[in-house]
Design a protein around this ligand. Structure first.
Ligand code: SF4
Length: 289
């Protein structure tokens, strides 16, 4: 729970505030950009919500903050925000909210499909979210993009009985019991309508999941830079091998997709031809760094 005494001095006055426990995961800044922004590595309230829509985005941010750093000075009604999570992105793809501090606040997603839903990376095991996922048909599979964003995978596995998918190069003591291990760097389809692309680089076993040739779930391999209006990959957080990450990015460039849905960073939606151009620009840029 956020503490008003620990609030960031740069917050504008008003109902919502961010305290100094913020870990700068960036989630609130893309969830409610009209309200939150980064200042020297800490998020703060730059403008109080001015209408119902902005107010709802602020409440969703408050619920989703992995460390409870967002506070409100008055009692809030959370029911609408709780009902809105998971939140539809497009078609049957939903954003879960409720980020976990165990994955440094990474975003997670739910793919709703008749053959069984797929959870992409692990949100917090929050009761309201679990209940909503039950109402949406539960979880049959859990795809883990890489070892950093597994968070509460075990609790989701135990509760929903979902089978977990992870690349063997990213196995740790915590994930040694996952059910399906991916191997090598070839494109693979553990489920008929799902393609998984190993994208070694950020970690040795990072993978992306491609669904319907439209939605690419990228973990920490690839995201969107809203300031530069360009795709981006972060060299500063490349924990394994930058040259590998460039090679993986080139492999990914050969695929058709419209959405980039990252763990950390901002998502983007572009026509596939435009996305292909952006991917080409990014691989050239990465090679120049
Ligand atoms: S969601 Fe929470 S931890 Fe993440 S940037 Fe916002 S205030 Fe900080």
């Amino acid at each position: 729970m956020a503490s008003f005494r620990k609030r960031h001095p740069a917050n504008v006055p008003g109902v919502f505030f961010v305290d100094r426990t913020c870990i700068d995961c960036g989630a609130c800044e893309w969830l409610a950009p009209e309200t939150f922004a980064d200042l020297n590595g800490l998020s703060r309230v730059t403008r109080q919500p001015a209408n119902e829509k902005e107010h709802l985005r602020a409440i969703i941010s408050l619920l989703s903050c992995p460390v409870g750093a967002i506070g409100s000075r008055s009692t809030q009604d959370f029911s609408l925000a709780v009902k809105n999570l998971p939140e539809q992105i497009d078609d049957d793809v939903l954003y879960c909210g409720y980020h976990s501090s165990k994955s440094y606040g990474a975003a997670s997603y739910l793919i709703v499909r008749p053959q069984g839903n797929i959870l992409v990376d692990s949100p917090r095991f929050a009761k309201p979210l679990v209940k909503r996922i039950e109402e949406l048909g539960g979880i049959a599979w859990m795809f883990l993009t890489h070892k950093d964003d597994v968070a509460e995978h075990e609790r989701f596995h135990r509760h929903f009985g979902c089978r977990r998918i992870l690349h063997e190069a990213d196995l740790t003591e915590d994930t040694c019991n996952v059910e399906i291990l991916l191997k090598g760097d070839a494109l693979q389809s553990p489920l008929p309508d799902v393609r998984i692309v190993p994208v070694s680089g950020h970690t040795a076993g990072s993978c992306c999941l491609l669904w319907k040739d439209t939605f690419l779930f990228t973990g920490d391999h690839l995201s969107w830079d809203p300031k530069k209006q360009a795709l981006t990959a972060a060299r500063a957080t490349c924990w394994y091998d930058w040259s590998e990450q460039i090679r993986s990015m080139k492999r990914l460039s050969g695929l058709r997709f419209e959405w980039v849905l990252p763990g950390h960073g901002v998502r983007c939606h572009l026509p596939s031809f435009h996305m292909a151009q952006e991917m080409e620009k990014l691989t050239d840029h990465m090679a120049s760094l």
